[in-house]
Write a protein that binds this ligand. Structure first.
Ligand code: GRF
Length: 212
């Protein structure tokens, strides 16, 4: 059976992309990453893609509206027959132009907390620590036209210790994100993820068909 074609958008180091590459290489994820696109020509994630033989492209956002650069990116993805787009540390809004494509994002907090424009990376973890939270975690969600507001696919928690720093929290959350993303990708690829309005249902083998 043909593997699902995935496109990845990133702006930074690409450790999330690397996790996907490694799982595919080890046969633990039945998918094919056919394009990695960045707004930042210096993004190390582009190097990781090239090392894995994945076509890359830099699409500058300078002077373009969100709509225009989203259309440009979407065209590249359509030409590669992409069915699933993963935002893996993409620091800008992406407006999906093709309703046959699903777009997902992994965010380093338990949405809807600590989200929205500008809330990414260490800014999130610093805010979580400053708020005195006892739990944090990550959220895998479908992307809509607002930052971090799309339907939630999966969330996993990370406990915060009394001596937690934002650096140690970031490490724990980033490790969990990679697991949450891979598990979510497996569920999407196997057709278990169904959306009903703003709610996502994941069917499990053990459930009878009338329960979701
Ligand atoms: C991830 O840790 C996640 O929080 C968010 O951006 C980060 C990307 O890191 N989506 P990397 O560029 O994949 O290392």
């Amino acid at each position: 059976m043909e593997k699902m074609k995935i496109g990845v958008l990133l702006s930074g180091s690409g450790s999330t992309l690397q996790s996907m590459i490694d799982h595919i290489k080890n046969g633990q994820l039945q998918a094919e990453i056919v394009a990695v696109i960045s707004d930042n020509m210096k993004a190390y994630g582009l190097e990781r893609a090239k090392d894995a033989g994945i076509p890359t492209m830099v699409v500058s956002l300078k002077g373009k509206s969100v709509d225009d650069y989203s259309k440009e990116i979407c065209q590249v993805l359509e030409n590669k027959d992409v069915k699933l787009v993963v935002l893996a540390g993409f620091l800008h809004k992406y407006m999906n132009q093709n309703k046959d494509m699903s777009v997902i994002n992994i965010h380093p907090s338990l949405l809807p907390a600590f989200a929205g424009k500008g809330m990414y990376g260490s800014k999130v973890h610093k805010a979580v620590i400053a708020r005195g939270c006892k739990l944090s975690g990550c959220t895998l969600h479908f992307v809509n036209d607002e930052y971090d507001e799309g339907p939630i696919i999966a969330q996993d928690i990370v406990k915060i210790s009394s001596v937690e720093t934002f650096e140690t929290l970031q490490q724990k959350v980033q490790a969990q994100e990679k697991l949450t993303l891979i598990n979510g990708l497996r569920d999407i690829i196997s057709g278990k993820v169904k959306r009903r309005g703003n709610t996502v249902f994941i069917t499990r083998e053990s459930q009878s068909s009338d329960k979701e």
